[in-house]
Design a protein around this ligand. Structure first.
Ligand SMILES: Nc1ncnc2c1ncn2[C@@H]1O[C@H](COP(=O)(O)OP(=O)(O)OP(=O)(O)O)[C@@H](O)[C@H]1O
Ligand SMILES: [Mg+2]
Length: 316
């Protein structure tokens, strides 16, 4: 076993969440929110944080600014024992932020990417990456500085003996422009949700999408998340379905996908069977829905274990 279980390369930002606003804002007017939460945002950071809470040794490589939000990001990751020694701080760019307006059961988000756009292949410290067993990357479309070098990054990691995984996440431009032929063969695990999967593979059914992936990367493990319908795994011509751990205590589904990924990768890096990784991912995805936000249910292992017993009658 190496020093680090998983290195996460990805985007970092804070979420500024405004709750209980009485109507949607109009240009030229002002409204009040009754509460504000400033929390760690971003898919990659929620994944890293929750993976660390599950007991993996996790390190992060990303880019933030040198502002107050940077301290929020670093403090939150460090509180969860994520190694932030390789998080870079730009002198000129601000830390990314998402302003979330929670209104009438729905959310309107505006994201300022800031320093996350500037993370580049040349920023990666390969002597450090070499110390890990696994490399995970999340949110391709938010990181134009490194996007075209992702096949190169994953290839180099694989050559150093790491296993690799990618969660593409949503494309805000909705162009879904990825060179699958170049990228997929460099991955051990590809983990989009079902909408992202169909858009990225330009397919109208799961079967059609899987056929395209199989053509480029016959050895890949494909994980497709489908909310309350659970998740699919495809490996070596076998399609497995894992039902969701449904519960009546859903607070919100923020970060359920990242929490699923954390559970799956935690088991994967321990060498567990695919069915076990998948079941644990579904459980951690469901655990995430029982508390507010992406990291609320993952304060530490004991808290996660208590939720698993209380809501799902499962001992972990
Ligand atoms: N309402 C729910 N109840 C139980 N489990 C859920 C629920 N929603 C999601 N999950 C679990 O979490 C997994 C991931 O959720 P989802 O499909 O929403 O991912 P995603 O769209 O990538 O989410 P994210 O917004 O975090 O990126 C699902 O496959 C399922 O196992
Ligand atoms: Mg997702």
């Amino acid at each position: 076993m190496k020093e680090i279980n998983t290195i996460v390369v990805g985007e970092l930002n804070v979420d500024i969440i405004l709750n209980r606003i009485d109507r949607f804002p109009e240009m030229g007017k002002e409204i009040l929110a009754e509460s504000l939460d400033l929390t760690l945002g971003s898919s990659s950071a929620i994944f890293a944080s929750n993976l660390s809470s599950l007991g993996s040794n996790v390190a992060f490589i990303g880019k933030i600014g040198k502002d107050g939000f940077a301290s929020t990001v670093l403090d939150s990751l460090q509180l969860k024992k994520v190694d932030t020694s390789k998080v870079l701080q730009s002198e000129t760019l601000n830390t990314g932020a998402t302003i979330v307006l929670n209104f009438d059961q729905d959310r309107a988000n505006v994201t300022y990417p800031g320093a996350m756009k500037d993370l580049k292949f040349d920023d990666l410290d390969w002597e450090f990456i070499k110390k890990a067993n696994h490399l995970h990357f999340s949110s391709i479309f938010l990181q134009p500085g490194i996007r075209s070098d992702l096949p190169k990054m994953f290839r180099k990691a694989k050559e150093m003996g790491l296993t690799t995984s990618l969660d593409p996440q949503w494309d805000p431009a909705e162009e879904w422009d990825i060179n699958l032929q170049e990228l997929l063969p460099q991955l051990n695990i590809f983990m989009p949700n079902i909408s992202e999967f169909l858009l990225i593979t330009k397919s109208s059914t799961l079967k059609e999408g899987i056929e395209k992936v199989e053509e480029y990367a016959p050895d890949i493990i494909l994980i497709i998340k489908d909310g309350a319908n659970g998740a699919f795994a495809w490996k070596e011509n076998n399609l497995i379905h894992q039902p969701a751990f449904l519960n009546e205590n859903v607070v919100d589904c923020i970060g359920a996908g990242d929490s699923f990924n954390a559970g799956f990768i935690h088991k994967f890096t321990q060498g567990c069977l695919l069915t076990e990784c998948l079941k644990y991912g579904a459980l951690t995805g469901a655990v995430s829905t029982t508390r507010a936000g992406g990291t609320g249910a993952f304060s530490n292992l004991e808290a996660i274990q208590n939720i698993a017993v209380e809501h799902f009658s499962i001992l972990i």
